[in-house]
Design a protein around this ligand. Sequence first.
Ligand code: NAP
Length: 259
Amino acid sequence: MKMDKKVAIITGSGRGIGRGIAIELAQAGWLIVINDIGNPDPPAETLSLVQAAGSDGHVVLADITVGTDRQRIVDEALQRFGRIDLLVNNAGIGPRVRKDILEVEEDSLHEVMNVNLIGPFFLTQCVARVMLEQIKEKVIEDPKIINIGSISAFTSSTSRPEYCLSKAGVAMSTLLYADRLANEGINVYEIRPGIIETPMTAVVKDKYDRLIDQGITPIKRWGQPQDIGKAVAAIASGFFPYSTGQVINVDGGFHIQRL
Ligand code: NAP
């Protein structure tokens, strides 16, 4: 069915930052394709929250590292809503076990790179092709792609180099697609979160509580998923038409070098 409302695909939106983005976009009237992997309960809960925010959505359980799954996300988005106006590459993982850079194993690097960089790279390729067709057919106008990067793109953590390398790659992927798609009418952005309170950071909560208390971020609080959601909604609303390949830091000022 073709809808007049704009449609966003958000990967990994069963919980955490992805769910925060889904709620903010739903409040702004967007229809949401909620993707997650594995357990169907968290994405179903995100769908309820999207509906409670006055919009609607569709859940696709799919692994973004698998080509046929990526295609299914796109196919189901089109079958259900008939258009794709925004892709948010949000799904991401850290290494299963944090190990010193001198001990890290090849499998761990491959796994993190596949989820954080290679899967999103090819999902972007797949979605961008559809967007180009839909622009030509006048189904959509000025679609956008947003990558959720990390301060780890420029901050060394020697106990999880896999994550840092993958996020540095996401930064370049943003620039590459921004360059290629600029003249086609698709702007590409990177949102770079700092320390955000989600299940991903729950395991290191005490450490980050202490660091925030000591002032590691000029804005002395944990970031919340809705902080990222608001930044996505601002870009999605179309108020940055002459910016592409742009990084938006949503990190409480973490990136500022201080003396
Ligand atoms: P999270 O709470 O762990 O949520 C990530 C979601 O992605 C989970 O629902 C997870 O599913 C899903 N996912 C994992 N692998 C997937 C795959 N192959 N295909 C589809 N979905 C998959 O993490 P978060 O903190 O919200 O992080 C979201 C994004 O922000 C990530 O890219 C992360 O690197 C980035 N980020 C987070 C922080 C932070 O402080 N939290 C800071 C900077 C950047 P399961 O639950 O089934 O595993």
